[in-house]
Design a protein around this ligand. Sequence first.
Ligand SMILES: [Zn+2]
Length: 309
Amino acid sequence: MNTIKRILYVTAAVLISFCANAQEEGKKKMEQDFEKFKQNREIDFQNFKKQRKEELKKMAQEYQDYYNSMMGLKKYYVENKDTAKANVVDDIIKFEESVSYVFGKRLKVTEPVVVTPTEIKKEEVKQPDQEKPHFIKSNNNTEQVTTKEEEVKVQKVVEETKMETTFIPLPTDGNTIPILTPLPKAKSKITSPYGMRLHPTLKRNIKHNGVDFGSGRNTEVFAAANGKVVLAEFNRSFGNYIIVEHKDGTSSLYAHLETINVSKGNTVKKGDLIGYTGSTGRSSGAHLHYEVRVSGIPVNPEGYLKEYK
Ligand SMILES: [Zn+2]
């Protein structure tokens, strides 16, 4: 009997000490895990902060560039004593100023970078993949080319968002409002439509004010209608870009150009060669970003792609 008791005591003592040990080990492990979690969380948080700061910087830059472009337009209209149009643009400028408060930043007027037109060589036979020297160095490392998976995602977002198209009926001569597709037919496949889309670099839904044509580099860009060049300059978002003003308050915008072949104030005819496609500014590969604006407001350009050169 005594022996059995002794065995029981010893066993109990061993079990108790074993349990205490296990408890100590468990506690240590939990502490280690928690320390690891805290470290990972800190790294995640730092990365998140960095990413958000980068996004905000890019968005603020886009607002700033758009604002500058509108200031350029206003200057043009004021110089030409067109008060009505200057007032329309002024409304947009005021709106941009109010939006900029979201970033806690005041939009500043900066002098636009005027791009000297490149002479058009009429005899030159163009090779599609031939690289011309960059007019203004494009900053390709700011963006990656959209992957197939992202494209599918974008398509889904676009289908879910039905955007209305404001379309001004065709005048009888058909030359004064933008109806010509600004690229040769073979190069005018739309790769990104107008409307809400997943921004390729910012990874969130942002309104796309125009259409993107997968034109490749150095494709001829034509004026969509008769009109006047009101802006031909460079900014960080649009790169080298042109705005042509047409009749009835319509205008067309051509962005990310490799070269610009017209200057501010030039009169252009429908189908005139005004530049070549490229990837300047914030661009994911060589393409043409094309906008149609009615009274300064971007509308869906797809309703305006009625003809080909
Ligand atoms: Zn675009």
